[in-house]
Design a protein around this ligand. Structure first.
Ligand SMILES: [Zn+2]
Length: 652
């Protein structure tokens, strides 16, 4: 997972396609002579954002006269100055956010106080957009570096220079004018959902079978859904445990879970009969769905200021992901409905020697590491990584294992710091040349177990990409990658080499790895469809209550299940696909994962015949391409477009 809530994303880089004006824009630019098409575009877009409070029509024309760059020299100077400003603003706001969040995010920053919790919802950029419109910097930017639509970027962009791409990204910055108050409400709502999720632990040692047996070890406390799912994967020989975890998940999704057993080690709970031994059995009152509704309502407030991209769905797919939702949907369905699903499922059935169950969407037996004793690996990782500092010290040498030259590896590692996380692991990106990228991981007092190590390697994949795509980038405005799914690619490239990093030799993309990835895509695409369709339902039912939303999600999850999963895994109307916590705290974030998987598969194919230095150089060339659109990036990286065909063709 990549840590990504509203405060961290920051308004500067993500708001696209939004405008609000009470003027008639054409009256503003009446009488202005456009010297070229770019000027016309810039003037018209600036006029669309200009309100009467910004000045009269006469003042607008005077503004254009004074600030439109007439010569190429002026234009270059302006471009550089704005890029520099953008970096300083992004960076200082991010550094402040990092500091304010430390007590609630890290275990080495003291116990969080009430004030810390309040400030965890504080958006350091909430007033920035307003300020930059007020002092006209936003208008100067739009006037000289206008916005291009996704379609234009994909067609015109074919022939753009790097500088022209960077200018187009500058044009993405000021396309909306969302009031600070609306923005702040969004930040606060997202933080509330984030905190709800971060504290949603199940005390496994308090669970009992109907005949009173304890299946899980003393002290085991698992965060929903990540740890629950991972525990289910780890102990694949123990179906009794798996069935119990599955039951717990259903209780959460259906909101039948007794409130008192959430993050509470006191009561004993029998998930099958749903009885609580020494506490009140009252169910959690649809809080899960209320959190989602709160975010939806905050989104609706934002919608009002985005006539060009008037829903969160459009902003997410055309704006952030930069692949239209319909294209994403059909990409996913092409894999979900493929005959390859049945072939892989048959393999799993044979290996398990039993009929498949719904939780077998998390079947984990294809990986080479499943053949290895996880406890033995944990002994090794605990010894190597007793604390964050020891992990940090070994990053450079792990990179040389992958083929990076020593000096290069050390230079990359220099920009990565490792910190102890309270919740699940995440990577916190650097957004300016004065700050490091942060690898946040949860390490137990006895050291990092294998599960934690595997996640840390995933996060390190984010960190390495973040360093290269910022510190090695030709233009600041191009720093980063096309979309969040692409950041996951680097994380997966690393995570799938976790044993190689421990010194177990090169990990190859054999048929086991192919089927493993395929099965992972099959799972996460269904989860993503549920998330996407929930948001479509929300916009179709804006007056819904939390209980109505709950019922809708159950119905959507069952429908996706019955179409693509029941024929393979059985159990009609199963709701398991709705368990992901991302649905609660990161709206429509989930599709990024399968998109990442699709891209990663194409990248892995391109890396198949590469080793050592050649591998590292190819990796670095890719992540220096920067924030092109997904389609353009793929063309330059692997000479093709996004497609599930490469994975389908590989299934034995
Ligand atoms: Zn990730």
């Amino acid at each position: 997972m990549k840590h990504l809530f509203w405060a961290a994303m920051g308004a500067l880089m993500i708001m696209t396609g939004c405008t609000k004006s009470t003027n008639n824009p054409s009256e503003l630019y009446e009488g202005i002579t456009f010297t070229d098409a770019r000027m016309e575009r810039g003037v018209k877009q600036a006029a669309a954002l200009w309100t009467p409070e910004d000045g009269s029509a006469e003042e607008f024309r005077a503004f254009v006269d004074a600030h439109y760059a007439q010569t190429e020299e002026e234009r270059t100077a302006l471009f550089e100055s704005l890029s520099r400003m953008m970096e300083r603003l992004n960076e200082s706001a991010d550094m402040l956010t990092v500091e304010l969040l430390k007590p609630t995010q890290l275990t080495n920053a003291g116990e969080p106080t009430d004030i810390d919790w309040i400030m965890s919802g504080y958006d350091t950029k909430a007033h920035l957009m307003d300020d930059l419109f007020a002092n006209k910097v936003a208008f100067i930017t739009v006037l000289n570096f206008p916005f291009y639509t996704l379609e234009e970027k994909n067609t015109l962009g074919e022939h753009w220079t790097r500088r022209e791409w960077a200018e187009a990204r500058l044009g993405d910055v000021f396309t909306s004018r969302i009031p600070a108050q609306t923005q702040a409400k969004m930040t606060e709502t997202m933080a509330a959902a984030e905190n709800y999720i971060a504290d949603y632990n199940i005390c496994m040692d308090r669970l009992r079978t109907e005949d009173g047996r304890q299946l899980f070890p003393d002290g085991m406390k698992l965060l929903s859904h990540w740890n629950l799912r991972d525990e289910l994967k780890v102990d694949y020989s123990n179906q009794e445990k798996q069935e119990m975890i599955y039951r717990v998940m259903q209780r959460i999704i259906r909101q039948e879970i007794p409130q008192v057993v959430i993050n509470n080690a006191m009561p004993l709970w029998k998930p099958y009969s749903n009885t609580v031994e020494n506490g009140d059995a009252a169910r959690e009152p649809d809080t899960r769905y209320q959190k989602i509704l709160d975010i939806f309502h905050a989104m609706q407030q934002v919608d009002a200021y985005c006539p060009n991209m008037p829903t969160a769905i459009i902003r997410n797919f055309e704006g952030d992901i930069e692949i239209p939702a319909a294209e994403v949907d059909s990409l996913f369905c092409a894999l979900l409905g493929s005959k390859q699903v049945m072939r892989v499922a048959a393999q799993i059935r044979t290996r398990l020697g039993r009929e498949l169950r719904p939780y077998d969407i998390w079947y984990d037996g294809f990986k080479a590491r499943s053949g290895m004793d996880e406890e033995a690996l944990s002994v090794e990782t605990r010894k190597r990584f007793p604390d964050p500092v020891s992990y940090e010290k070994k990053i450079a040498s792990m990179l040389t294992t992958l083929g990076f030259q020593k000096e290069n590896a050390e230079d990359i590692a220099r920009h990565i710091v490792v910190e102890p996380a309270r919740g699940s692991g995440h990577a916190w990106p650097c957004v300016g040349h004065n700050e490091p990228t942060r690898l946040r991981t949860r390490i137990a007092p006895e050291g990092m177990d294998y599960k934690g190590y595997n996640i840390a390697v995933h996060e390190m994949g984010h960190n390495v990409e973040e360093v290269i795509s910022l510190y090695r980038m030709d233009y600041y405005m191009l720093h980063g990658i096309p979309n969040t799914g692409f950041t996951e690619t680097s994380a997966f490239l690393f995570q799938s080499r976790d044993l190689q990093l421990l010194g177990y030799g090169k990990q190859k993309m054999d048929s086991e790895a192919v089927m493993d990835q395929f099965w992972g895509m099959y799972e996460i695409m269904g989860v993503s469809l549920v998330d996407m369709r929930m948001w479509q339902w929300l916009y179709a039912h804006p007056e819904a209550t939390a209980a109505e939303l709950r019922d809708a999600v159950l119905a959507i999850a069952a429908e996706v299940w019955n179409t693509y999963y029941e024929p393979v895994l059985g159990e009609k109307d199963c709701v398991l696909l709705a368990i992901y916590s991302h649905m609660v705290n990161s709206p429509m974030y989930l599709p990024n994962y399968p998109i990442g998987h699709i891209v990663q598969f194409q990248l892995e194919q391109a890396l198949a015949d590469k080793e050592g230095l050649e591998w590292a150089e190819t990796y670095e060339r890719w992540y220096r391409l920067g924030r092109l659109t997904p389609q353009q990036w793929m063309k330059q990286a692997v000479n093709g477009e996004l497609s599930v065909m490469p994975v389908l063709q590989q299934i034995p």
